[in-house]
Structures are given as C-alpha cells and as structure tokens.
Design a protein around this ligand. Structure first.
Ligand code: CAA
Length: 538
C-alpha cells in the first residue's frame, strides 16, 4: 500500500522546508527513543533491527533496566523461535545505547518520544529535546491521542515535529500512522513515511485528529467490552471468545486492553471523550477502578486477566473463571425452529451427533432449544412453549461459535446443557443474555456503525478504515469487509434492535448504512464505499 493521506489538514503545508522537508530514510543514522516502556522498547527494537543506531533514554534507572530487559527478552524469543540468529541478536543489541539523561540525544537525527499519555510529561520531554537536539533534528511523538499540534507548539521549531504512531507490539504490527499538523514542514511527513517503509512497516499519513483513525475506532469497542463485563452481561472469557471465535479477531477485546495497558487505554478514552462525547467514549467505571488499583495490564502482571512473569514477557496464568458451566449433553432435545435454513442444519447436526430431536413441545425432553436470531427475543417463544426454565436460544456465528442464549427464566441447568450440546456439535459455546445482538452482535454491530459513521462524516475513507484495522490491529478483514461478510441488512436490523432496547444514540444506525442496504450496495469495493456489488445481507 502506498502512503496516502487519511485526510488533509485542509491548509497549505508550512513553508520552512529545507533539510527537514527533504529528509530521506537513509539520512537517519541515529535516533533517540525517549521512554522505555512497552512501546518505547518495541520502537527501539524496530529501529535497531533496521540497522539504525538507537539511544534509549529513560531517566529512571529502574525503568531503563526494565526496558532494556524487555528488548532483550523480545530478541531472545525471536532467537528461540528460529527467527533470529544469536549473532544478529547481539548486533541489534549492540546498536542500542541505554542512557539515563537527555544529553545523549545531542547527536541524533530523530528523537521519538514514547512516554505516558499525559500532556504535562510530553511537554517536559519536548522542552528537553528542544534544548539538547540539533536544530536539524526531527522530533516525533508516539502519542496515541493527544494533539500533535499542541505538543509541537510548545517547542522552539513546531515545523520539525510530527507524530509517528506505532502499534503494540511494535515489532509485529505493520501500521505506523504518520501525523502532520498545520505547521509541519512541507515534505517532512513524506520523508517520515519513507523512513517507516525502510523499517519494514506501512506508513499512512494522517491529519492531527483525536485518536487518528485506528484508536478512534478501536478504543470505543474495547470500552464497550469492559461495560459488558462490568454489567455482568457476559463473562470475561466469553467476551473474548466471542471476538476471536465469532468475529475472527486475533485477540479478544479484554486481552487486548491488557496488552495495550489499561492506563494508556483510559488516557486515550479521556481524550476521545473530551473531543467527541457520547457513551462510546466515556470510560467504563471498571476501567478506572482497575487503573486506580494499579492493575494496568500485562506490564503490571495483572489487568483484566492475571499474568505470570516479568513485564513485557508476561504469560497469561491460565486461570479461568465464570465461563459458564458446561453440563451433561442432553439426550433428547425439543427444537423450536423458525423455519430458517440454518435451523434445519442444526437439527441434522444434532441428529448426526446422536442427540434425539423432537419438534413437539409436548414431548418429554432434556432441553428446549429455540433457534434464535440476534434481532429477535427468545423469551416470548420460551414462554409460549410453556417450559421456559428448560429453554435456551441457540444462535450460530460463522463456522465455529454458538451463542447459548439465556432468558430471565432459563435455569442454570438448561444453560449448561445448551453449552454441552454446542460442544457435542463441535462448536465453541459462549453464554449470552436474551438481549439484541446477543454477545457477538452486541460487540460487533456498534463497532461497525462507528466505522460507517467515520466514512459518512468524511473522517476517513473505507480503505483507510480497513487498512488501519488490518495493518494496525491484525484484523483478518477490516470493519467494512466484516460488514459485507455479515450482511448490511443483518447489521442494520441488529442496530435497530439495540437502539430500540437501549435508546442510546450510539446504536442508531448511521444513514449511510441504511442507504447502502436500501440500494443493495457493498462497502468493501471502491474507496467511496459505493460499489455496485450486491450486499450479502439477507
Ligand atoms: N514483542 C515482539 N514480538 C512479539 C510480541 C511482542 N510483545 N508478541 C508476539 N510477538 C511475535 C512473536 O514472536 C511471533 O513472531 P513470529 O511469527 O516471527 O514467530 C508473532 O508475533 C506471533 O506471536 P505468537 O505466535 O506468540 O502469538 P499470536 O499469533 O497470538 O500473535 C499478536 C500475537 C501479534 C499480539 C496477535 O494476537 C495480534 O495481532 N493481536 C492484536 C494486537 C493489536 O491489536 N495491536 C494494536 C493495539 S492498539 C495500539 O497499539 C495503538 C495504541 O495507541 C493503543
């Protein structure tokens, strides 16, 4: 993918171009990375791997040692996986010069700040860099959400300041958002994009707006997952399984929050909330409580999950709780079908797995299974059948996942038995309440609506959004690819049901989605989102 703008500042670029404007990737011989936390250590590794000398600056000696430890652990892991030789590891480490003070940055061509997301800390760092770096040096911030313009304007030469936003883990994720401001020197962003390509990453040039593209989409989705957890909507493991086994994402939202850091995520949400408002961005109370308690994620050994091992190399301890019991497999099931093709498949799969199926509610059975759709309630059918305590809804997502839906009247035995039935059918089961979207839809539909709104409001194009999420967050398909796969009509119906149930404007279907569905247009082909290919909705 060639670097392009997500959008422009709408203004001509700043005029002081000279050396800064003509910077070429190969002219960057030495960089300083300021702040050696998870991101700083990862960024230092990326540069050192590309053959560029790194001064790793961390004023706290303990943090400096921990950061260097993280870098070494990452390289050791690559050696143990056969991806790197010991000699190359030594050479990479040899390019990184740890330093406890800013004066070490005097000789560098580029300084990148990766300190915590607090403006007062960033300001101090840039004041120091302004003081020690040569006038030709480029200053970059890895901020995830703070205004690059505000950071730049605190410095002596705002035109030499850009954003270089890496994604965690920096050595793995391919996207780097290159952020220019209205005062960035002409050509500097293009020069930085060339550097990013030299690092083996994909640059995308973006304007200075809160959260740029990827975080503006990702963080409200992660925040929503915390809300589902804190309100008891679903268990921690089921929420994450819904995202991985249901949507096909590389990590569940709660595990991803632990990777990013709950404190970092909270800071980003606070900025997004301040700029954009609305329930999607207002940080979940549980997120605040965990951060107050020092449970900031992998780096502290505990966040939403608990980890063993040193910061950065943390391994999930593997304790699982509240994942919903799995009971005995029912030998006879009453299947209440609504006549969809998927219901017949369910019946034949159950029969093939040795489970007796009856369709007559009056017949004795161990479990009543109501073939469910995420925009319909299970409860009315369960009550109508007359055995509500023995009834669960069952809804398939893709090839692998079954949502076992409990109404307010479903007994715990029936819920466990529903999960056991799903297991017998070779499906991964998650428990979901009888609410619109069940679990996967409740997570996914608002996320997709946010993506559509971004395009609708001229914030980014369809391909910007899909590239940001595939390259920056490892999505197998971008949000618009997912939308077309699930079906615009399905998503529209799900959003309407959620909006009807909760009256939250965040769930109101965006007009652009409704227009595409009405015209049977898909989003994923053509950057304008108006490809004439028929939607898969139905
Ligand atoms: N550091 C360095 N390398 C790492 C790593 C780390 N912390 N974690 C994993 N890797 C490497 C592994 O060594 C492995 O490399 P090879 O293929 O070369 O052997 C590769 O990544 C895959 O790792 P694993 O097999 O151990 O694990 P996985 O297949 O489950 O992948 C993952 C792990 C890459 C993290 C994957 O789960 C993923 O892509 N998750 C999504 C991460 C994401 O969304 N990041 C963006 C967060 S948002 C952000 O960062 C922006 C912000 O401002 C907040």
């Amino acid at each position: 993918m060639s670097p392009r703008g997500y959008g422009t500042n709408g203004l001509p670029p700043a005029s002081r171009c000279g050396l800064l404007g003509n910077v070429a990737a190969m002219e960057i011989r030495e960089v300083a990375v300021v702040g050696l936390g998870t991101m700083g250590a990862g960024i230092a590794e990326v540069f050192a791997r590309a053959g560029i000398g790194v001064v790793a600056i961390e004023t706290d000696p303990g943090a400096l040692a921990r950061g260097m430890g993280m870098l070494e652990a990452s390289l050791t892991r690559a050696v143990s996986r056969g991806k790197l030789s010991e000699a190359d590891k030594d050479a990479i480490l040899g390019r990184v010069r740890p330093a406890a003070g800013f004066s070490a940055a005097a000789t560098v061509d580029l300084a990148i700040e990766a300190v915590p997301e607090r403006m007062e800390i960033k300001r101090q760092v840039f004041a120091e860099l302004d003081r020690v770096c040569s006038p030709e040096a480029i200053l970059a911030t890895n901020t995830s959400s703070l205004s690059v313009t505000s950071i730049a304007c605190e410095t002596r030469d705002p035109d030499r300041v850009v954003g270089l936003h890496f994604f965690n883990p920096a050595p793995v994720m391919r996207l780097v958002e290159v952020v220019s401001t209205v005062v960035t020197a002409d050509g500097l962003a293009d020069g930085m994009a060339a550097l990013v390509r030299h690092l083996g990453k994909t640059p995308v040039e973006v304007a200075d707006r809160a959260g740029f593209v990827a975080n503006t989409l990702l963080l409200p989705y992660l925040n929503h997952a915390v809300r589902l957890l804190e309100t008891g909507y679903a268990s921690r493991e089921d929420i994450d399984t819904a995202a991985t086994a249901g949507i096909g994402l590389p990590m569940g939202p709660l595990a991803l929050l632990d990777l990013i850091g709950l404190d970092t995520s909270l800071s980003i949400l606070e900025v997004l909330s301040g700029e954009l408002g609305g329930s999607r961005y207002a940080p979940a109370a549980l997120l605040r409580r965990l951060v107050s308690a020092g449970r900031t994620g992998r780096k502290s050994g505990e966040g939403i999950y608990r980890y063993r091992g040193a910061a950065g190399g943390a391994q999930e301890a593997g304790f699982r709780e509240g994942n919903g019991a799995v009971g005995p497999v029912p030998s006879t099931v009453t299947l209440i079908s609504s006549g969809r093709a998927a219901d017949a498949e369910l019946a034949s799969a159950a029969a093939a797995a040795g489970v007796n199926i009856t369709r007559n509610p009056a017949h004795a059975s161990d479990l009543v299974v109501i073939a469910a759709a995420p925009d319909e309630k299970v409860l009315p059918t369960a009550v109508q059948v007359g055995r509500a305590s023995q009834a669960v809804g069952l809804h398939r997502w893709g090839a692998d996942l079954a949502e076992v839906v409990s109404t307010g009247l479903t007994g715990t035995h029936a819920a466990a038995s529903g999960a056991a039935l799903a297991g017998r059918l070779g499906l991964t089961a998650v428990h979901a309440p009888d609410r619109p979207g069940f679990l996967v839809g409740a997570l996914l539909y608002p996320h997709l609506a946010d993506a559509v709104r971004m395009v609708q409001d001229g914030y980014a194009t369809v391909s910007d959004v899909d590239n940001a999420m595939t390259l920056g967050c490892g999505y197998p398909l971008g949000p618009f690819g997912l939308l077309d796969q699930v079906g615009g009509q399905v998503v529209l119906d799900g959003l309407q049901a959620m909006h009807g149930a909760y009256a939250d404007p965040a769930y109101a279907p965006p007009p652009l989605l409704a227009e595409h569905v009405a015209a049977s247009l898909s989003f994923s082909e053509g950057s304008g989102g108006s490809s004439p290919r028929a939607s898969t909705a139905g």
